[in-house]
Design a protein around this ligand. Structure first.
Ligand SMILES: NC(=O)c1ccc[n+]([C@@H]2O[C@H](COP(=O)([O-])OP(=O)(O)OC[C@H]3O[C@@H](n4cnc5c(N)ncnc54)[C@H](O)[C@@H]3O)[C@@H](O)[C@H]2O)c1
Length: 350
């Protein structure tokens, strides 16, 4: 059996990754270290609680003593690092915690892994040969795009928010551990994810939640910012491929080739909700005597003041991952969004 430390798995992507990984790799034990910030919810991992190959530890990736203890106690031979502060809006209001967790926390994990796995630079202990550190990052490190270009692995970094700057910084520290110490690292930079278990604060859960509550659905600015949307399980499959077969020291972009403006997203969700749970059938549930003239969820869309420094467009060129490692997204936006909405309808019991 191999014991791997997977950080931040009470959050959105990690909690989709853990059950996927446990199902597909019976030879792994997973140790999940998560601080359970406001973004972490153990409910997301209830399905794994009884699994003897899964262990949850509450704690901070910045706590070096704790991370050292976990490496020793569980003889860790691989790391997949999801834990981060991840919401751009929060990084504008409170950037300090982003630097602490995303930069210093990543440094602690890297440094403990290096000390535990290696004798000296470029010399792994025999037992840990092949032990790998996989850093999960974002396409936001590349900044914003014009109307036609795509982010490749060679695109220069130009982060614009404290969130993306903290992720870019952590990517650079990972790179330095590869170059200076020969630590076996890979980095994946992924586009916007969507799917089950995402925190309420993010765009797609907010649209669904507000719509179902009959409240106004806030859309930043003119709604024309473009993101490249990837179904979360396709991201997990990409991470799995890169962790197991990616080339040491390489960066891989992961993206779904599903560019949508925020307006297209809200329009698609409202169209599906109008069919699945028509407003007209829900007036009494919403206590909506005065709003009976509203027949589509689209009527709830409200434009609000734009986010400061809001990047206009992100779009990923995933050719490297596709051609070198054979990755393909199984979902397109039209299929993935239906699955997502069905999950939230169940969550909100509508
Ligand atoms: N969500 C996306 O669309 C997206 C896209 C690309 C990359 N990413 C990256 O993927 C990773 C996971 O993103 P997510 O959307 O699941 O995030 P999330 O905010 O849903 O979850 C983050 C998790 O990390 C934990 N955490 C926060 N600070 C911690 C600390 N100091 N110590 C231990 N645990 C801590 C939280 O409790 C939470 O469970 C992040 O590194 C993020 O930058 C996310």
């Amino acid at each position: 059996m191999k014991n791997i430390l997977v950080t931040g798995c009470a959050g959105f992507i990690g909690s989709n990754f853990v059950p996927y990984f446990l199902d597909n790799y019976p030879e792994y034990n997973i140790i999940n270290l998560d601080l359970l910030t406001y973004a972490g919810d153990l409910e997301n991992l209830r399905e794994c609680e009884e699994n003897p190959r899964y262990k949850f530890i509450t704690g901070d990736i910045c706590n070096r003593e704790l991370v050292e203890f976990i490496f020793r106690e569980y003889d860790i031979s691989g790391v997949i690092h999801f834990a981060a502060e991840s919401h751009v809006d929060n990084s504008i209001k409170n950037p300090g915690v982003f630097i602490e967790t995303n930069v210093n926390g990543t440094f602690v994990l890297l440094d403990v892994a290096k000390e535990y796995w290696m004798y000296e630079p470029f010399s792994y202990k025999d037992r840990y040969k092949g032990a790998r550190f996989h850093h999960i990052s974002t396409d936001e490190v590349y900044g914003t795009l014009n109307e036609t270009d795509l982010f490749t692995e060679e695109t220069p970094y130009a982060p614009n928010s404290p969130y993306s700057a903290s992720k870019a910084s952590s990517d650079m520290i990972v790179r330095s551990y590869q170059e200076t110490y020969g630590l076996n690292t890979v980095i994946t930079n992924c586009s916007n994810n969507y799917g089950p278990k995402q925190h309420d604060e993010k765009l797609i859960p907010t649209i669904i939640r507000k719509a179902l509550a009959g409240e106004s659905i806030p859309i930043y600015g003119d709604g024309k910012n473009i993101r490249d949307w990837l179904y979360v399980l396709d991201h997990c499959k990409g991470i799995d491929l890169v962790y197991h077969t990616g080339k040491e020291g390489n960066v891989y972009n992961i993206g779904g080739r599903n560019e949508r403006t925020n307006l297209e997203i809200v329009d698609a969700i409202c169209t599906i909700l109008d069919k699945k749970v028509p407003l007209s059938a829900r007036y009494s549930q919403l206590d909506w005597e005065s709003n009976k003239n509203i027949n589509s969820y689209k009527d709830l869309i409200t434009f609000v003041k734009d986010r400061a420094g809001h990047d206009r467009r992100y779009a990923i060129d995933a050719t490297k991952l596709e051609s070198e490692l054979g990755w393909r997204a199984d979902e397109n936006f039209d299929s993935g969004i239906v699955k997502t909405i069905e999950w939230y309808l169940e969550k909100y019991q509508v």
